[in-house]
Design a protein around this ligand. Structure first.
Ligand code: DOR
Ligand code: ZN
Length: 452
């Protein structure tokens, strides 16, 4: 039996119901039991624990729809257990992992392997994205129906684009029939041969291969057109250019079933970060320009972009120590995304707290079709995945302290504000940060500080 928790006096924000008020939240037996804005109305049952949430935000558990957990095949970079632990540390109660493992997640048995490892870790919930094509090679359809049957929530060849229009049409048809979202890594590979960073003056100065924004844009444009006949749910992963925002905006205005996600690095870093051949700044799609950042933020403000992800992509220090052209693409994000999004979007005044929470809870839950399981919302009778955020705590990002096995974080050393202080998954308390952020006491005694 899990312990009951009474979260006292926090600002409870649940965009799925429009709730935004100071209230107490009682969770027990894996469910939200009650939420009350009347002080003192709720009491914890005997043996329950009380957490003082004054000055904190109490929100649905955060959901990251785009992470790389590297298992099977590269558990020196990350395991499902270390990635799921990193998620909890960053405030995420659910993550959705990508199929670019070795072997690729392109069979029901591999989906089940990941689910088994995730369950054994007892950390964040891990949902699985199956590959759309066998081996992610883009040539033959993977058994998507069979993978969906064992629980794959989405399909993608992420890491690579489904580049052939013929294959893409087939994938969209299958996804439409299964009512599963297809998440496209938008990159026309014929336009990025030899590319290591954004094509422009900085790549020219550094003598590095350029990767133009149009490589992303032509794929989105093509897929929107292809999808007119299928009307599959189509999602743009890690959108990086102003042109892409424009295409998605137009398609949404025409009622196309298209969504898009942003990543922290595409909101806060530009191509200048690659100066000095800094491989921590090497990512796919590449860091772009200020004008792209502004357009992506505009896209978030006007709800062209409705989802925030991390694209958490762990790599070893040895690999990142290679020269820029041969180092791998990617950066980790699970343990710093929340304050980075707060900085880029809330501190800047672009959007409200409630909107930020929507982009990190109910919106990704709907994308993955897991809202029906009660995730991404804070409603009595539904699942009690809860994140408590301290919006005022100031801290310095220190990758050495991360639960992730990897350290490839370009934000290392940044001073940021805001952090998850408590995280509950299915009613189990999996994070109490330092005992500083929250006092936890047994409801029958008053003063005793306790760590669960
Ligand atoms: O930078 C990236 N790294 N982009 C991707 O699409 C894949 C990812 C990885 O798996 O390392
Ligand atoms: Zn990708």
């Amino acid at each position: 039996m899990s312990t009951a928790f009474l979260l006292l006096g926090g600002r409870v924000i649940d965009p799925s119901t429009g709730r935004d008020e100071t209230a107490d939240v009682l969770i027990a037996d894996g469910l939200v039991v009650a939420i009350s804005a009347t002080r003192g109305e709720l009491t914890a049952p005997a043996g329950g624990r009380v957490i003082d949430c004054e000055g904190k935000l109490v929100v649905p558990g955060l959901i990251d729809p785009h992470v790389h957990l590297r298992e099977p095949g590269a558990d020196d970079k990350e395991t499902i257990a270390s990635g799921a632990a990193a998620a909890i540390s960053g405030g995420f109660t659910s993550v959705c992992c990508m199929p670019n493992t070795t072997p690729a997640i392109d069979l029901p048995s591999t989906v089940e392997f990941v689910q088994m490892r995730a369950n054994a870790s007892q950390k964040a919930r891990v949902f699985v994205t199956g590959a759309a094509t066998v081996g992610r090679a883009g040539e033959q359809l993977a058994p998507m129906g069979a993978m969906a049957q064992v629980g794959a929530v989405a399909f993608s060849d992420d890491g690579d684009c489904v580049a052939s229009a013929g294959m893409m049409g087939k994938v969209l048809a299958v996804c439409a029939s299964l009512d599963k979202v297809f998440m496209q890594h938008c990159q026309d590979p014929t336009l990025t041969v030899g590319g290591a960073m954004n094509a422009g003056v900085v790549s020219a100065r550094l003598g590095l291969g350029g990767w133009p924004g149009v490589a992303e844009e032509v794929i989105i444009e093509r897929d929107v057109r292809l999808n007119r006949g299928h009307r599959a749910r189509y999602h743009v992963q890690h959108l990086s250019t102003a042109g892409s925002v424009e295409i998605v905006r137009r398609a949404r205005a025409q009622q196309q079933p298209i969504t898009a996600e942003a990543s922290p690095h595409h909101l806060l870093l530009t191509e200048e970060m690659c100066t000095g051949y800094n491989t921590q700044a090497k990512v796919n799609p590449p860091l772009r320009c200020d004008s792209d950042i502004h357009a992506i933020i505009e896209g978030i403000i006007d709800a062209t972009i409705t989802i925030l992800a991390t694209d958490h992509a762990p790599h070893t220090s040895a690999e990142k120590a290679r020269d820029f052209s041969s180092a791998p693409f990617g950066m980790i994000g699970l343990e710093c995304a929340l304050p980075l999004y707060i900085k880029a979007l809330v501190e800047s005044g672009a959007i409200s707290w409630a909107r930020l929470i929507a982009l990190m809870t109910i919106e990704p839950a709907r994308l993955l079709g897991i809202d029906g399981r009660g995730l991404g919302q804070l409603v009595p009778g539904l699942s009690s995945d809860v994140t408590v955020i301290d919006p005022t705590v100031e801290w310095t990002i220190d990758a050495e302290q991360f639960k992730s096995k990897s350290r490839n974080c370009p934000f290392d050393g940044w001073k940021v504000k805001g952090r998850a202080s408590n995280v509950f998954v299915g009613g189990r308390c999996l994070l109490i940060r330092d005992g500083v952020a929250s006092a936890v006491r047994s409801s029958s005694q008053s003063a005793r500080l306790d760590v669960v």
